[in-house]
Structures are given as structure tokens and as C-alpha cells.
Design a protein around this ligand. Structure first.
Ligand code: HEM
Length: 151
């Protein structure tokens, strides 16, 4: 298998993992959460973070080494749209990550059956991230087909 095929395959698998982890995070996030539920969601969030790093690394490898050449991508607005959405989603994801990590620390003091309340904006932040990730393949498809080239 050539390096180009391997990098592309890992790009696909990592963005599927990223999306699956985010859907799981959305389903697991409830208003009051037990220590076990908080622990689970932080593990899913870590998988999501690792998948995002792999998506970014393989994406950059495609830009600078295994794709159509950096100049092609840097002069295409679908690339800038795709990359900007990715960055916005990454920044949005900081909020749930920080909240879940703080809750995990506090959950050590919970008594049997005790619960912690999740702030109301968390589910909205995760939904916005999901919408952003759904838009990215549209720009990826346009990008691969030569749309939106500028000088
Ligand atoms: C969740 C995030 C991402 C998703 C869902 C995603 C999805 C995709 C898909 C579906 C393709 C194949 C397009 C096609 O051949 O029709 C693709 C290709 C590509 N992606 Fe991504 N991608 C993501 C993030 C990134 C990032 C962050 C970068 C750059 C830093 C990147 C760079 C590329 C490049 C250069 C290609 C090759 C386009 C070509 O064939 O010329 N991707 N991506």
C-alpha cells in the first residue's frame, strides 16, 4: 500500500472516529451526572481529541506531501473554509473539555449516588461542533474537484 493511500485511509478513519466520539459524547451528556458517567465522558472526549490530532496531521500531510501540492490548496477557498471550520470546531470543543475535566476532579468528592450538574451550554456547544463537522466533507469534496481556485 502506498504512503498516499495509507495517509488518505487514516484521514478517513480518524474523521469517522472523531464524529462517532462526538455523537457518543452528545448522547452521554446528561444534566445531572454520576462519577462513573463523568469518567466515561472524559474518556470519550480524550478519544475525540486524539482523533482530531490525527485528522489534522493527515490533512497537513495531504496538503504538503501527498496531495495536489500546497499551492493548489492554499489558493482554493474551499480549503480555507474547511480549515477555518475545523479550527472553530476545535476552539468550541475546549469548553466541554474544560468543564468535563473540572467535573471529573470534583466527582472524586461525591458520595455514593451523588451527582454533578452539567452547565446548560454544553449540549449546544457539542451540537454546533457536530454541524461544523458535517459541513467539512462538503468543502473537502469541492476542494478535491478543483472548485474555488483564486490567484
Ligand atoms: C473533521 C475534519 C475533516 C473531515 C471530515 C475531512 C474530510 C475529507 C474528505 C471526505 C476528503 C476526501 C474528498 C474527496 O476526495 O472527495 C478529504 C480530503 C482532504 N482533506 Fe480532509 N477532512 C477533515 C479535516 C482536514 C484538515 C484539518 C485538513 C488540512 C489541514 C484536511 C486536508 C485534506 C486534503 C488536502 C484532502 C485532499 C483533497 C484532494 O483530494 O485534493 N482535511 N478530507
Amino acid at each position: 500500500m502506498s504512503a498516499e493511500i495509507s495517509v488518505t485511509w487514516i484521514h478517513y478513519v480518524s474523521f469517522m472516529t472523531l464524529f462517532a466520539a462526538l455523537v457518543a459524547e452528545h448522547l452521554l451528556t446528561k444534566k445531572p451526572m454520576t462519577a462513573l458517567e463523568i469518567r466515561r465522558v472524559t474518556i470519550i472526549d480524550a478519544i475525540y481529541g486524539c482523533a482530531a490530532i490525527v485528522v489534522l496531521a493527515t490533512g497537513l500531510m495531504k496538503v504538503f506531501r501527498y496531495g495536489k501540492g500546497a499551492e493548489y490548496y492554499l489558493k482554493a477557498w474551499p480549503f480555507h473554509a474547511k480549515f477555518s471550520i475545523f479550527i472553530v470546531v476545535a476552539l468550541l470543543s475546549l469548553y466541554p473539555t474544560i468543564v468535563f475535566l473540572n467535573m471529573r476532579r470534583k466527582s472524586a468528592e461525591l458520595t455514593e449516588g451523588g451527582r454533578l450538574t452539567v452547565p446548560p451550554g454544553i449540549k449546544h456547544a457539542i451540537r454546533l461542533e457536530l454541524i461544523g463537522i458535517l459541513l467539512i466533507p462538503l468543502f473537502a469534496t469541492l476542494l478535491a474537484r478543483g472548485a474555488g481556485q483564486f490567484e
